[in-house]
Design a protein around this ligand. Sequence first.
Ligand SMILES: Nc1ncnc2c1ncn2[C@@H]1O[C@H](COP(=O)(O)OP(=O)(O)O)[C@@H](O)[C@H]1O
Ligand SMILES: [Mg+2]
Length: 399
Amino acid sequence: MSDSLTCPITCDLFRDPVVAADGHTYEREAIVKWIHENGTSPITRQRITIDTLISNYTVKKLVEEFEEITRSQKYQFKLDVDVKRKSHIALFTTFGKKIHEAEWLKNNSSRPKTVLLTIDGARAQKEAKFYVDLTRHPNIVRTFGLVDSGNSNVDKNSVMLLQEYAPEGNLNEVIQHKTLDENVLIEIFIQITNAMIFLAHNHVVHADLVCRNVLVFQYDIHDPRKNVVKLTDFGISRHSQLYAPTNAVTRTVIDILPKCSAAPEVLANATYSEKSDIYSMGVLMWEAYSKGAVPWSEIPCDTVKQRVCRGDKLQKPSSCSTQMWLIIDKCFALRPQERPSFVDLKDSLLQAQYQKRVRGNKYRTDFTVRHCFHSVLHSWAGRQSFLGGRNKSFTAVYT
Ligand SMILES: Nc1ncnc2c1ncn2[C@@H]1O[C@H](COP(=O)(O)OP(=O)(O)O)[C@@H](O)[C@H]1O
Ligand SMILES: [Mg+2]
């Protein structure tokens, strides 16, 4: 069976797959929205209509089987039984972490592509369900579960996580090589903000919100509708209580890195909150406009803390519009309580997106008004469903 279990628009596992008149299968909600806005197929560009959508029960059954198997195994997989590394050469080797491309050993043609993250020195082996539940969001990289190597010689403190594979790498790499339209950047910021609203609601502080930790599943430098990004490296982030490297040497090295995007209160006394994540989100947006430049790189490293703590702010990148800079600049307020929440930030970004579209008149005007109505409605409905719908039974406890 070669039917993919992920939607080509959302890059997310199907919940309600439908076949359109172009012969392709999409998530119902995503293709309905797409047809409202465009009237054509996202793949073949032929005209398609909502009334011709037909449920794809075959794909729905495959997704349900996949979900049921992982649930019944309590989100625990066995290395070389359920999954294996594609190669012994790692895709990435970072501090205390190795990332290998992996493949399913059963039904591998339709299942999502995966990577195996081996994290050394994990202090706590958290329940697999915790990671799985905390990653059930369209803009958070999905963790399918934990993997047991079956080898008793392997470091008891290390953890292996099975995650979905991001084919386009991380956002930092993409922005270094491609110049994305501001409309595209705003769409990407909205998607990251959606993920952060979900994390903040579950009392999770990301603590390392940078472009490197945003994985790109699909991008188009001009068309915002064809971009899908997902957040990673939280919950297993270096400051998280969930997981912390036990190796003191590694820790000293990696603690140096996030400094340039950290909030003043983090640098001064390690106080993390949604508002410190908002500050980092401001730096992330600056980084995206600056083609991946390192913040504060023009001043000596040991003066960054002093400058940030006295309220010095990053300068507006030349490609950033005044309207967007007003939004970003608010994230840099010295006092955390004066910064927006992620919900406030999303409202500002949606407004900017709306105004740019109306002004730029990039798409057909007849769709613009409809689209904006839909995105506001969608954003509202999305917020309701993420906070109370799909994840109703889930309340993450961040201890
Ligand atoms: N699921 C994934 N799919 C594809 N590439 C990934 C995935 N997870 C991580 N990577 C790549 O590995 C890099 C490091 O991963 P990350 O988990 O952020 O480690 P670190 O803790 O070193 O920041 C990412 O920036 C990205 O390029
Ligand atoms: Mg990272």
